[in-house]
Design a protein around this ligand. Structure first.
Ligand SMILES: [Fe+2]
Ligand SMILES: [Fe+2]
Length: 309
């Protein structure tokens, strides 16, 4: 990948500095870091046998709108069998503990993006079983948020430019941390972490590159949808499901994500659960977004409380 000059440092959860601020992050520099830390163990564990992950996942799936999306018992049983086969390096599982203790929204978010993206991958990717088993990218797509101060993740008012840049740093940080934990700069989880905020019209970040890998696109769509239907600190409440689906549809209209992934998401939200290729999408927008929402807004001047440096 083309290099990214890091505006902020990248540290592991146990405070090892992998990349100081100002260094160039490339495959080569990440490879050098991976090989310079030879003491690091590569032990893995099953995601669903780790702590309360499986029970938490089932609890989240039993709430609306997931209870409609995951309503077919056979579908759920197949999905759980597949998800139970997923293993992760131990430090990645420890990042879930970190999120559960410090940023519960992100904890629930990564698990639901995992479940949703697996469901959509089943529709859209012929080899989805192998892909998910070897490289489940839902639970890891926001791993880099361990490098972002919590006061930025939880801020209820518009971000300053520096805070916005720090938030966007989670993509490069996720790429580096996952490459380090997997000892593999080419791992799909690294690509997803780096590119899940990229868009098909190149309007995303961190590089403004073309969103084209189908797995990254699935994660990108599930990421936006889940963020809309959950309460977030920067707006007055969650989007209702209909409005959230309209927002994701709008992204396809603007060529930010593809139509197939949007249709698959909408198809699973319909009680009759039609095949995604058979559905038609209403052009009419009837939803009402939350009244207070500062997502994407930035304040120009430096905030006196901005501690991001
Ligand atoms: Fe993200
Ligand atoms: Fe996310």
């Amino acid at each position: 990948m083309p290099g990214l000059t890091l505006r902020y440092p990248i540290r592991t959860l146990d405070h090892q500095l992998l990349f100081p601020q100002g260094t160039l992050l490339t495959e080569e520099t990440l490879d050098a870091v991976i090989h310079s830390h030879t003491t690091y163990s590569h032990r893995t564990s099953s995601l669903f046998l780790y702590g309360s992950v499986k029970q938490d996942c089932l609890d989240f799936l039993s709430t609306p709108p997931f209870v409609t999306i995951f309503s077919d018992p056979k579908e759920i049983s197949d999905l759980l069998t597949l998800l139970e086969a997923v293993r992760f390096p131990i430090p990645i599982l420890e990042t879930l503990d970190y999120f559960k203790a410090n940023d519960f929204y992100t904890y629930a978010h990564v698990l639901m993006v995992f479940a949703l993206s697996t469901l959509l991958a089943k529709d859209l990717l012929p080899d989805y079983r192998e892909r998910i088993r070897l490289s489940a990218t839902g639970p890891t797509h926001d791993t880099g948020k361990v490098s972002v101060p919590q006061h930025i993740l939880k801020k209820t008012t518009p971000l300053t430019k520096r805070e916005r840049r720090f938030l966007e740093h989670h993509t490069a940080a996720g790429y580096a941390l996952l490459g380090y934990y997997y000892k593999d700069t080419q791992h799909l989880a690294c690509k997803v972490a780096l590119d899940h905020h990229e868009r098909k019209d190149r309007s995303g970040y961190p590089r403004g590159t073309l969103l084209e890998d189908p797995m990254v696109e699935i994660i990108a769509a599930c990421d936006v949808y889940d963020a809309l239907i959950m309460p977030r600190p920067y707006r007055s409440g969650a989007y209702d499901n209909r409005t959230a689906l309209e927002e994701v549809t709008e992204m396809a209209k603007q060529n930010k994500i593809g139509w197939d992934v949007v249709k698959a998401l909408i198809a699973h939200n319909r009680k009759s659960n039609p095949h995604y290729k058979e559905i038609t999408i209403s052009a009419e927008k009837r939803g009402t977004p939350p009244s207070y929402n500062v997502y994407g807004m930035m304040v120009e001047e430096t905030d006196p409380n901005d501690r991001t440096g």
